[in-house]
Design a protein around this ligand. Sequence first.
Ligand SMILES: Cc1cc2nc3c(=O)[nH]c(=O)nc-3n(C[C@H](O)[C@H](O)[C@H](O)COP(=O)(O)OP(=O)(O)OC[C@H]3O[C@@H](n4cnc5c(N)ncnc54)[C@H](O)[C@@H]3O)c2cc1C
Length: 499
Amino acid sequence: MADSSHISRRRFLQTSAAVTATAAAGLSPLAALAKPVARHNSHPVLDGRWIEPGQEGFAMAAWPNNARWGSVHPRAIAMCATELDVQKCVLWARNERKTFLIRSGGHNYAAFSTAPFGFTGPDLLIDVKAMNAVTVDRERRRVFVQGGANNQDVASALRAFPLAVPSGRCPTVGTSGLVLGGGWGFSATHSGLTCDSLLETNIVLANGKLETISGNDELFWAVRGGGGGNFGVHTSFTFQLSEVHDVTTFNIVWKPGKQVELLSKLQAIQNANATMISTRSKARPSFAGARPSRNQIVVETLGVYWGKQNELLEILAPLFAMHDTQVKDIYEVDYWRARDYLLTDDPVGMYQIKNSYVGEALSDDGLENMLHWMTQWPGGSLRQDNMGILFAIGGKVRNKKPEETAYVHRNSNYIYEMEASWAPIDKQLVVDRQRDWLARYFADMQKYVQPESYVNFPDRDLPNWQHAYYGRNLPKLSRIKTQYDRENIFKFAQSIPPA
Ligand SMILES: Cc1cc2nc3c(=O)[nH]c(=O)nc-3n(C[C@H](O)[C@H](O)[C@H](O)COP(=O)(O)OP(=O)(O)OC[C@H]3O[C@@H](n4cnc5c(N)ncnc54)[C@H](O)[C@@H]3O)c2cc1C
């Protein structure tokens, strides 16, 4: 257990000269921080860089993935280069009573690495992006990933080997955020979530200590699905690697029509081949414009089959017999080419995303309702490609029990995601209409889904978010939060509350 009680509220000495002098006197660099500050408003001297508004690079470093929060800035950004930098920043923020947030890839949908509450930035953004080394231990089939590495960094280091960690689709999503919330990807149904391959992680706690956690440690339980930003700043992760081989990728788009039949059959096929196939299926309008009619909506599935092309063609045959396709790309390729093929682009512009888990399958009534809401989309400048998506997340993910890790959603087969997105050209009225549509659509779908949401697809407007993200694991998470962060310094609008 980490003991934070001995940390006083004294101001800390922040100059590197003093740190060096104290280190020379035989004290550890962190102990060197436990001295009174020489002057007010000083900040830690970093191996990395401390950036303030007006300095070169500030706007770029502050920019979040969701441009909706693009004009929200912190008062300073600490681009950390070492674990010691992170420790200094946590202690400085705590002792100076500064608000702060942590950032790795910056892709949090609800901007919890940008604005802790509302549209106001924190005093400090602790950014670990520059700590992005990835080291492969082929003998032991492990990979060591620093907290700032993203999916692309990990893939680039691994692609020379037939070994991989299940990870997400977007190359610039940070490994930190991905694994801490669970980590869906096209390998999930076959190999589990990203967090299911985590062996240990280094974390800087509220008391400034750096700890390595693994195995049966309760904090290690909590960080596998508890979501980023809650317990400390993770500086590295060690993952078990899984062997990978040739697979078959597919991208199939049917002509408009028969949407319910196709999506229903796609789910049946997914569920019948739960660990062998991974689909991201959706319905989407075929072009931009308000209130698309049913005969303008197409069904599309993208994914991977962990076997031969001819086997997949046999499995998908009923779908091809059902309705004509307009795109039918099916390729047998090596794992890394498949990974490249399945990448996603960053969403364009500003967006709000909502999601729910689906137990066995979204029923025909549920699919009908989804299509009804798609035809009600009030319009805006962007084509809405992501109005109703089913990400397969059953198969191997269900092998663990809901209470085995903090990721509680082990009894589901799909994440059902719905999104509204807009661009600067869209007037406030257009944005308000879209957000209102999304809220009513989400509420009306609740009778077909489970009252659960993926913490890595967070939504600030989600009612009952604590139960939606954590379900029965909430009391344990709150207890662990109290144990490691009694003063609740790791805090934002949807952070885990202490018990
Ligand atoms: C384009 C796009 C594609 C996506 N694709 C997928 C996908 O395929 N699969 C999937 O599961 N999810 C996906 N996501 C969601 C993504 O997993 C989450 O948004 C994830 O939390 C982002 O991590 P990040 O490090 O990039 O973001 P950040 O915004 O930097 O961090 C996310 C959260 O974790 C905290 N955090 C960040 N770094 C640390 C750290 N080192 N220690 C402690 N806390 C930290 C932040 O404070 C924040 O609360 C996608 C998101 C986008 C925008």
